[in-house]
Design a protein around this ligand. Sequence first.
Ligand code: FAD
Ligand code: FES
Ligand code: FES
Length: 479
Amino acid sequence: MNSCISFILDQKIIQIDFSKELKLTPTTTVLNYLRSLPNHKGVKEGCAEGDCGACTVVIAERDGKNKIHYRAVNSCLILLPKLHGKWLITVENIKNSDGSLHPVQQAMVEYHGSQCGFCTSGFIMSMFALYKSLLPNTRTVIEDALTGNLCRCTGYQPIIEAAEYALQKRKPDHFSQIEKEIISNLKRIVRESIKIKTERQKYFMPVTVTELLNIKNQNPDSIIINGATDIALRITKKHEPIPSIIDTLQIEELHVIRKSPDHLYCGSAVTLNQLKDVSKDWFPAIYEACSVFGSKQIREMATIGGNLATASPIGDLPPVLAAYNTEVVIVSANDARMIPVDQFICGYRRTSLKNGEIIKGIKIPKPVNESIIKFYKVSKRKDLDISTVSAAFRLTLDKNRKINEIKIIFGGMAEMIKHAEKTEKFLLGKIWTRETIEQAMPILRSEFTPISDARSGKEFRSIAARNLLMKFYDELADT
Ligand SMILES: Cc1cc2nc3c(=O)[nH]c(=O)nc-3n(C[C@H](O)[C@H](O)[C@H](O)COP(=O)(O)OP(=O)(O)OC[C@H]3O[C@@H](n4cnc5c(N)ncnc54)[C@H](O)[C@@H]3O)c2cc1C
Ligand code: FES
Ligand code: FES
């Protein structure tokens, strides 16, 4: 049994053999691992739940073109085995080899981007990942890269200006010089089945779906993790010693993105950031939903399969995927089936997955007719916040503005995402006018009894849902 993981840190290949480790377990987070080392304490713990960005590090890996791809991530949510085959970069690695500051660090100094400094290393790492990307130097791109980082004393303007300045001066840095050597070292780390067994825990990293399903059959109580942005909270917040985990990290079939003439297929381990990039042209409402999903660091880890399987009533993907008639591809050892997203989710945090089944991927048909599809999210703040209410709409009108097709799906209004079935039925076949929408309002009001909770009162939710339908109408009225 291979119980060893390998990754690069400080330009060296590090091996951790969990069978011999006394202090580290497979559910130790990368943050706690780094904080246990004498020379990597620049990384900070603020919230330990992905909300503050103080723990941001960069994980770099080979992309399909044999180049290095750099991603800023929250180390508080990453379990140590997830580093296998990757290059871990911390703030201590950023400075130039002659000891001078990296351009992103120098820019923070020149633009006075730091006061107490607690958030600073996290900001530097997010800026560094951006510096190493091919993304343009625009305010939108910079804000998106920094939304996962909170600062409580400096104020964001100087930090944004520092990022703008650093990007203006973007040129090859000392990382560019060592990338070839890093790539050849990464190639030495073999993608192979890993089974870590300690006294209290088992952690499997299979390389194929078949192997995953066999492991799951033999260990039915195992939890499958994709990005672990949900499951890691059980470790960091509830201190649960999860006894058995199957990690999909190494299963290439689950990371596949395939565009066919009539649909997009994404494996269940495709991240929200990848989905955002690939949906821009064909599925603008999915792009919109991904744009307001968590922070960039969260989206680098959070996956489609994880979002669907949690079946949260306020999960952002299910309503918008349902509006696009998405089907969930499910596999087990002996069978494969497809089911529409809105039937896949069947209750409060309940899915129609049977024992031994997993989500393999999703198939999103390209809209063929004149359908208009929109997604709206109401939350207390625009970024890095979960939905209070969300809505996805799909509408097809004929040339006389008669409603030929209407789908209205809400999140946050019931124990699961739910169609406004009576409202849909009322609207079908009517003429799309403001008056029709106003007539539909009492029906919409009557068919949901939302709850009050810490995020909002039930009355707010009810009003917000009706207003979202009116907003949808108003936006289309101008077109
Ligand atoms: C700071 C923060 C912000 C967030 N913001 C948002 C947000 O804006 N919108 C939103 O909707 N969510 C948000 N989330 C929740 C979370 O990030 C998402 O639900 C995410 O998509 C989960 O994906 P994951 O890969 O990390 O799931 P994981 O934690 O890996 O898994 C989640 C669940 O799915 C199951 N699972 C995973 N893969 C499979 C599979 N292939 N087959 C069967 N079951 C599987 C797991 O067993 C587990 O029960 C946020 C979370 C955090 C910590
Ligand atoms: S410690 Fe706050 S995001 Fe990790
Ligand atoms: S400088 Fe103090 S929190 Fe940002």
